[in-house]
Design a protein around this ligand. Sequence first.
Ligand code: FAD
Length: 548
Amino acid sequence: MTKPTPDYLLTEIDVETAKQIASIDAADDSAISKSKGKGKQSSNLPFSLFVKAVEQAPIAISITDKKANILYINDAFTSVTGYKAAEILGVNESKLSDKCTPRQVYYDLWHTISRKKIWHGQLVNRKKMGQRYLADLTIAPMLDEHGAISHFIGMHRDITQSHNSEQQLANQKQLIESVINASPVAMAVLDENKRVVLDNQMYKMLISELDKSEPALFFLDAIEADNGSIWDGPNRVRNFANHEIRVEGIGRRGTRWFSCSGNWFAEHDACADNFFVKQSRDYLLLSINDISQQRRQQENQQIQALRTILAEEEHIRSIRETLLGAMHQIRQPVNQINAAIQIMAQRNDSKNKPLQDLLGQVQQMGEETLETLQRCVPEIPESAVVPVNLNQLLHEVMLLYSTKFLANGVVVDWLPNPVLPSILGSANKLRMLFKQLIDNAVNALNRASSRERVIKISTSVEHDWVHVSIADTGPGIPVNQHSKVFEPFFTTPAMGGMQVGMGLVMVKEIVNQHNGMIGIDPDYRNGCCFNLSFPICPKNITAVNIHE
Ligand code: FAD
């Protein structure tokens, strides 16, 4: 049975077309009746429903003959293009063409549909009123009972707006990427599994410059050593800013300073599974700014200031040592006089009373002199206890000594741990400590006639301790005197008794104030090697107002 064709499909100009549609309907009808009882979904539905479905579908639908002459359009077609049925039926689909679509696209379109395949693509169309729009078009061939193409069905949507948004997004992404790439700051985005998922050119340069396959992990480890975990735990550090990391150069490479900042951000999961239940993933944006140039300038200025400070401190220390030495010298006879008075008093010898009185007066004067001298001993100024980097302090002391090393022909072998956690201490005192040990080492080298004149300074980290070792190739200290060197006024024969013997007392005192340990390596055979250890600064401490 042939179904009546809807009126709006029929135009006077295309009676042939009407016949074609009628034949499509007839063929479809027979198909429907043939499919009855075969379990097809459509079998129980009236044919008019399919017509209505096409008419009311919210996508522009057109049916054409084999040459793309339009035979049918639905309401959405009119909404999208502006053409009513009466204006477009019998007209070729090329009426919609803006002519700026490359011919290759049409060639591809026809090549595909002529081979009975479905074509899908985008074309630039023009509406009736002339506005351009981007059409997302699917064309499917319709076959007759012999399998030959009888018609084409075209379905298209106006995707101008969504294309604009997509394009804007792509442009924004490109802009952000080019800004990030052009940035002088190295950047890396890490996922929660510490994997770098995005980086920029500067970051890639750091990979080769620092010789680390993933510099981000190297810096994050150093930050965690100072601040605590960034990734897990209830007290994990969320964002951090301007955390400075000092990286010691190995070989010829100089020391470098980096300022690191980290910002966590959440990205909503785009998986279809999480469309209704929003899931997000956390990412860390790590920026690593190379501030070596500024720090080098600052360090040079600081060294000049340090020279003055250390000269003053040394002056104070030499006055202290001289006075303490004098007190030590006076203390001995005063103690002897005191002992003599005690003996005389025990003997109760009245004949020696005048002498006893005289000795009493001398002893009294001695004690008063000692008290006066004690009051004159200048105090070493107190200084704030803050987290300090021993690599930095040692480096500063070495810079201060550079001229002295050259003048004495001393070679310094500097083997720092690349990144050192901070210790809690007084920078001034620790500088004095290292200065004293290096001073001793240079003096020892000058006393020895060995050809090798090397001072090896190294730092390392083990568990919660920072270790420093200062070794020289001088005459060394006999093992039986290792503990005595820390006693006041002790000097080894190798030093020719030239020194006052208070330097190591001060060194020991400073080490004790820092809850550290100091000792002489008994197994070191090339000279003398002082080993020092200091507890690592508790995490999250930036400055403490503790004074000596
Ligand atoms: P045309 O001269 O029409 O064709 C350009 C090239 O297409 C030819 O050189 C040839 O390679 C190929 N070609 C054209 N007709 C045939 C054919 N019958 N058999 C084999 N190859 C052929 N175009 C649009 O611009 N916008 C649309 O929305 C659109 N919708 C379409 C919907 C359907 C169902 C069909 C079948 C086609 C549609 N077209 C559409 C294509 C349209 O018919 C034109 O081919 C196209 O617009 C180019 O028009 P033209 O006048 O510039 O070139």
